[in-house]
Every structure is written in structure tokens, then in C-alpha cells.
Write a protein that binds this ligand. Structure first.
Ligand SMILES: *Cc1c(COP(=O)(O)O)cnc(C)c1O
Length: 495
């Protein structure tokens, strides 16, 4: 199977090349030419498998140039042992008779990014070997929250890789910062940038395209790559947990074989919900893909009207991982739905670049309507939902997950649809103690890591071990650079 650029269908690569490069040379996203179908008996076969075995089963059909034995060793390394604090890796929690919650935050950094970033380093390291790449890859990351830590933890001490994370000095939560600056590993670097997330992101993009820097580093035996969700190696491991959730529901008798479910996904860059769409295409009977946004509701408007317009106010919300106005992975969905081929996609992306806006064809709009529903939820409502879930179900959720619960309720009120629905839970509530505590009515918050115990004492829910450990870890990285000096940090690290 080949991977083709969304912007030029003649630009074709094998899976290993697609993962090693991350992005097509024309700026498009590398996407499988065909989506494989699950075999008829697939769910019966997978029902009693472990998460690791299900991952191999699903990923194998996309990666011709990797063997099942290779994938098995990656799955064991990524999801086995002590890495996840739940032996089912991605368990499904029952909330009520038609509402289930897929918990994706049992990994080492307590956010769903671990599901893919524990796997990507294995895929990438193998891809470098398969493509006979001799240089060491340097993963550059600009992060506003969860991606930086998950990427550091995934790539730490992986052979022939370095990773350097830039975060905005005053733009991440205390817990998120502490998670990054205490990172262990011999191949990692972390540095804060004076400015906001956009400054860090713009700085990283400039490093990628700095020709003399790239030449200098090539001479030293390095090249840059990216760990964000434009890389197919990040989307693929996310398809697995949708298949896995359906297998769990079948196994537990919640649905009969072939019966439909809905999924409701708190969405930012559109990677997670795109993986749900691919799972549907493979054969998971998903009726409706419900796309939940916060006040940055560019996707809500797009899915309702067919007009994508990023020219709007940017809000900093209490679900910061969804504070985004350009959802990169939407391009892959447009490529699936368009009838005018790659020329049509180039048209949309050019318009987005130039005017910050495009309108899709009526054919694309029809398909969006067929699969998707969209809604959004503001901060005040997010806190109400956290309180409600706690009060009515004794279930503690983070602000991102709360956004999804609210949008599901809107959907049900509007449509009367009673299909069993899986809400995707993307972060541990302990990553966002302050907003969760205030949602529960607490007004005096304890300082630093004491806030973890405060939430635990109030709710009786244990602090996840990786966060509890933060108290005793020593700070390894305390450097701050001006955005013009990020290049010096790169040169210092890649000696
Ligand atoms: C990244 C993230 C999201 C958004 O996921 P996308 O794949 O970018 O749509 C939602 N919630 C949390 C907690 C995240 O870290």
C-alpha cells in the first residue's frame, strides 16, 4: 500500500518513508491510498485479545513494509509493562446505560497523546533503518501543553534520536511545566521561550526551514523531523483504540455484533476524530462522529456551514489543548471526501493560506453531513459539566472531556438519538487541578504540587503515579531563550 500526498496524488511513498518524513515534500499530508477493510470475523477474533494484540492486528493492515513480529515488539514496548497504569491500556468506563467513556490517559504523561507517542518512536526508529537513513533524527517540538511531555517521554533514550521541546515561558500550567523540566533521558532537551505559544511555534517552523542551519546540522549528522499529528505514525495508533473500544462493548454484551455506536471527541487539530473516521471506514459501525469544540469553535461552524474561516478571535480556555484555529488534519478528511481530486485540495489550502478561509463543494458538504455532528461548549458550561458528572455519577473528568460530554447532551436533546455513545476522555483531571477544583466549588487552592493532594483528598481519587512523583523530581532544565535565539539552543544541543 502506498501513501499519497493530499496535494498531489503522484507523490507516492511506502509507509516507512511516509513515517520517516512526516510531511509530503509539497506540504500536503501523507495519507493511505486505500483504507483497508477489517475482515468479517475481525471483531470476534479481536474480542478476547489484549490491547497490544489488537494494535498489531489493526496496524498490520496499513504497514506492508513492517512485519507482524516487528509490530508485536513495538506494541509490547509501547503499551506493556509498567508504562500504563491500567492493564487494559485504554479501558471503557460505563457512565450510564447508553453512555460510555473511553479513558485514554492511563499512560506515562496522563494525556491521550501517549497512545500515539508511545508507539511513534518505535515506528520512526524502524523506518529510519528501513530507509537506510544514516543521520540521527532530531525531533523539534513547540508545545502548548500535552504534546511536549508525551513526545519527550516517548522518545527518551531511543537510539539515533534527539528531542528538543520549546514551550512558552508563561503559557503552560504549573503541572505541565514541571512534567517537562524534570524530564529524564540522555537525548532530551527542554527550553522555554519568551513569548506565547505562537512565538514558540513560529520559531520552530523557522528552524525547520533555515537552510544554513539544516546544512550545518547535516554536516554534524543530524536532520529534523516532527512528532505532531501531521505524521501518519501518530494517526495510525489512534485508530486502534476505536476498534478496541468496540471490541470491549461487544465482549461485555453492551452491543450485539454489527450494532451501531456513536463517538463524541473533544477536538483541536482533528487528529483524534479523524482516526475515528478511519475506524468507521475500516468497518467499525459508527453512526455519528460528534465533534466537540470549546469557544474556539471554528470546526463547529465549518461542519455546520461548509465554510472554514479562521479569521476570528482566539480564546485562551480551560481546555487549552483544543485552543486552535487551524486544524491541520482536516486536510486528510477533505481529501477523502472531495470528488475533484488533489487540485480541489490545493485550492482549499491556498485559500486558507491567503485569505484564512475556504468553502467546500456541495459534494463534500453532503458527506460531512452524513457522518458528522458538531457543537461547542464554553468555560462556564465546562465547569458545570465537571460538577454534574461528579455529583450524579461520582465520575471525575478533566475540562477537555467535559466539553465532549456537554456537546453529546446537546446532540441528544436535538436529535433524540439513543444509540450507545462512547465519549473520548483525553486527559486526567489531575493535569488541570485548578479548574477541576473550582468546578467542584473549591475557592482556596493549595500552591504547587500540593494541589494534586487537594483534589485527591476532596474526591478520594488517587493521584496518578507519574504526577505524584513530580514532587520529588529535580529540575533539569531551567533555560529560557529569546525567540531569536532558539537556533543557539539547537546548535548547543546537537554538538
Ligand atoms: C491534543 C488534545 C486534544 C485535541 O486532540 P486533536 O487530535 O488535536 O483533535 C484534546 N484533548 C487533550 C487533552 C489533548 O491533549
Amino acid at each position: 500500500m502506498y501513501y499519497v500526498s493530499t496535494r498531489n496524488k503522484n507523490n507516492k511513498l511506502q509507509a516507512a518513508d511516509a513515517i520517516a518524513r512526516g510531511l509530503a515534500s509539497d506540504g500536503g499530508l501523507l495519507t493511505p491510498e486505500v483504507i483497508p477493510n477489517l475482515a468479517k470475523k475481525a471483531f470476534v477474533t479481536m474480542k478476547d485479545m489484549s490491547y497490544q494484540q489488537r494494535a498489531v492486528y489493526v496496524m498490520n493492515s496499513f504497514l506492508d513494509d513492517f512485519t507482524a513480529a516487528e509490530l508485536t515488539s513495538y506494541a509490547v514496548a509501547a503499551y506493556g509493562g509498567e508504562k500504563f497504569d491500567h492493564k487494559q491500556v485504554a479501558p471503557v468506563h460505563k457512565v450510564d446505560d447508553t453512555t460510555y467513556c473511553l479513558e485514554l490517559w492511563h499512560g506515562p504523561t496522563c494525556a491521550f497523546k501517549d497512545m500515539a507517542l508511545q508507539m511513534l518512536p518505535h515506528l520512526l526508529a524502524a523506518a529510519l533503518q528501513k530507509t537506510a537513513e544514516e543521520k540521527t533524527v532530531c525531533i523539534l517540538v513547540a508545545t502548548s501543553g500535552d504534546t511536549g511531555k508525551a513526545a519527550l517521554e516517548g522518545f527518551r533514550d531511543v537510539d539515533k534520536t534527539r528531542i528538543l521541546v520549546f514551550y512558552p515561558k508563561d503559557g503552560v500550567s504549573d503541572i505541565q511545566k514541571l512534567q517537562m523540566v524534570t524530564q529524564e533521558g540522555g537525548n532530551v532537551g527542554v527550553c522555554s521561550v519568551c513569548g506565547n505559544f505562537d512565538d514558540a511555534q513560529t520559531g520552530v517552523k523557522a528552524l525547520f526551514s533555515d537552510v544554513s542551519l539544516n546544512d550545518e546540522l547535516a554536516g554534524r549528522g543530524f536532520f529534523f523531523s516532527s512528532a505532531n499529528s501531521i505524521n501518519w505514525g501518530r494517526v495510525l495508533p489512534q485508530i486502534v483504540y476505536y476498534v478496541s473500544a468496540y471490541c470491549d462493548l461487544l465482549r461485555d454484551g453492551v452491543v450485539e455484533e454489527g450494532a451501531s455506536i456513536n463517538v463524541c471527541v473533544p477536538t483541536g487539530n482533528f487528529g483524534n476524530i479523524l482516526a475515528a473516521y478511519y475506524a468507521k471506514r475500516m468497518g467499525v459501525p459508527i453512526r455519528r462522529l460528534i465533534c466537540a469544540s470549546n469557544s474556539n469553535n471554528v470546526l463547529t461552524d465549518f461542519l455546520k456551514t461548509g465554510v472554514y474561516d479562521r479569521n476570528r478571535t482566539f480564546y485562551n480556555t480551560m481546555s487549552p489543548s483544543m485552543d486552535i484555529l487551524i486544524s491541520s488534519n482536516l486536510e486528510r478528511l477533505l481529501a477523502e471526501f472531495s470528488e475533484g481530486g488533489d487540485e480541489e485540495i490545493r485550492g482549499y489550502m491556498n485559500a486558507l493560506g491567503k485569505e484564512g478561509k475556504y468553502e467546500v463543494s456541495s459534494a463534500v458538504k453532503r458527506k460531512l453531513d452524513q457522518h458528522f455532528y458538531a457543537g461547542f461548549c464554553d468555560d462556564a458550561q465546562t465547569q458545570k459539566v465537571i460538577a454534574k458528572l461528579w455529583k450524579e455519577h461520582h465520575y471525575l473528568i478533566d475540562p477537555h472531556t467535559a466539553v465532549a460530554f456537554d456537546v453529546l447532551e446537546q446532540y441528544r436533546a436535538k436529535t433524540g438519538d439513543t444509540t450507545p455513545t462512547v465519549v473520548i476522555s483525553t486527559a486526567s483531571p489531575f493535569k488541570f487541578c485548578d479548574n477541576v477544583l473550582s468546578a467542584l466549588g473549591v475557592t482556596e487552592l493549595r500552591p504547587g504540587t500540593e494541589i494534586l493532594d487537594q483534589l485527591s483528598e476532596l474526591t478520594g481519587v488517587a493521584v496518578p503515579a507519574p504526577l505524584a512523583l513530580l514532587k520529588d523530581q529535580k529540575v533539569r532544565f531551567s533555560q529560557t531563550v529569546e525567540k531569536e535565539h532558539m537556533v543557539d539552543k539547537v546548535l548547543e544541543m546537537l554538538k
